[in-house]
Design a protein around this ligand. Sequence first.
Ligand code: GTP
Length: 424
Amino acid sequence: MSAVIVIGTQWGDEGKGKIVDNLAEKADVVVRYQGGNNAGHTVVVDGKEFKLQLLPSGILYKDKTCVVGNGVVIDPAVMIKELRTMQSQGVETSDLKVSNRAHLIMPYHRLLDEVEEDYRGEHKIGTTKRGIGPCYMDKNARSGIRMVDLMDEEEFAAKLERNLEAKNHLLQAVYGAEGFDFEQLRAEYLGYAQVLRPFVADTSVYINEALKGGKKVLFEGAQATLLDLDHGTYPYVTSSHPIAGGACIGAGIGPTKISKVIGVVKAYTTRVGEGPFPTELNDATGDLIRNRGREFGTVTGRPRRCGWLDAAVVRYAAQVSGLDYLAVTRLDILDGLETLKICSGYKYKGQLIGEFPASLKVLSEVEPVYEELPGWTESITGVRAYADLPANARRYIERLSEIVGVPLGIVSVGPARDQTIVLH
Ligand code: GTP
């Protein structure tokens, strides 16, 4: 491995944190390249649970450099809080690099996220209201404030002033909300600048140099393929690019540098928030999966919608990210289910459709084509070798791999580091 990207293949919460943590052991550098503090990885180390929102999962290893790339949007208050929480849990945080090109989430982004989502009424996107979408909007509108600006007192004040004029007008005139005070925000953010200054760097230079020097770099995707701004189930998507290509943009490396792309697949499907979900189970099986899998958001606590494994979704992820391997997680949650179903494709108006629909109207009307497979009765949480998995468990994931056309690389049978079977 020299440059490996790990992405989510479904709607997020696949357990990427655990897979990244596993792969990070062999890496020298771990990079986050998109999203913000809307991610929420949970990693269990020696029975201790660590919740990460903004920092790369590699932070839990002593000898790794962690990078927050230019594609990430940073709420400095959250980053500082997370750093302090990690420090209080005994985690070494000094080897962190934060891109000088990363955009800053400002308090007006958080407020706009809230009032705009409320304004959408029935058409809510289901945002986490952390200011991520509005921050990316400013980035695209070319009015955003970047880390490099925060490092320069004058530049920051000038950009803040210009932004506040527009944002206060929008908040007050359109949404009837209160605006923000310039002096207060300036002082608050300059305080953050003091704390973050030692970490700020040109991370593209750093990563490219690391690769040239033969270091192993792991790129950690947050969210997932179907939440990608371009390739996801738009508009129920995030504002960034979680697919493999997003790593090049969000970290500043060329596609020729990538050696491998690994897609994390949860052994069933979940989705948070609105939007079509062809294999959703609104029945006792759905409730069983939700309760056994504790399928409630790590950041928001929202119950996740649960359904059968949709291999059509994973095949689409393989298409847009060029997956080399699948890492199947949470297979243990399906222990004891008598029969399992895998969706191998969709029918629309009675006809099998080959491609993943762009239209949400079509996606909401498709009929999943299911294959039924027998389940297994025993617990697999203690299994450490692929051959020791029950034959039906192997059959289930091998069928997934066949439908998707991508080999299996990792199988996870529990949250702990050692509950991992590595095939490649
Ligand atoms: P997002 O970036 O928000 O998509 O997060 P994520 O993909 O890292 O998923 P998240 O951490 O929200 O949820 C994964 C949960 O599943 C965590 O609590 C993990 O400890 C746990 N987990 C990961 N792999 C397994 C597994 O194989 N079995 C079980 N039972 N739990 C697992």
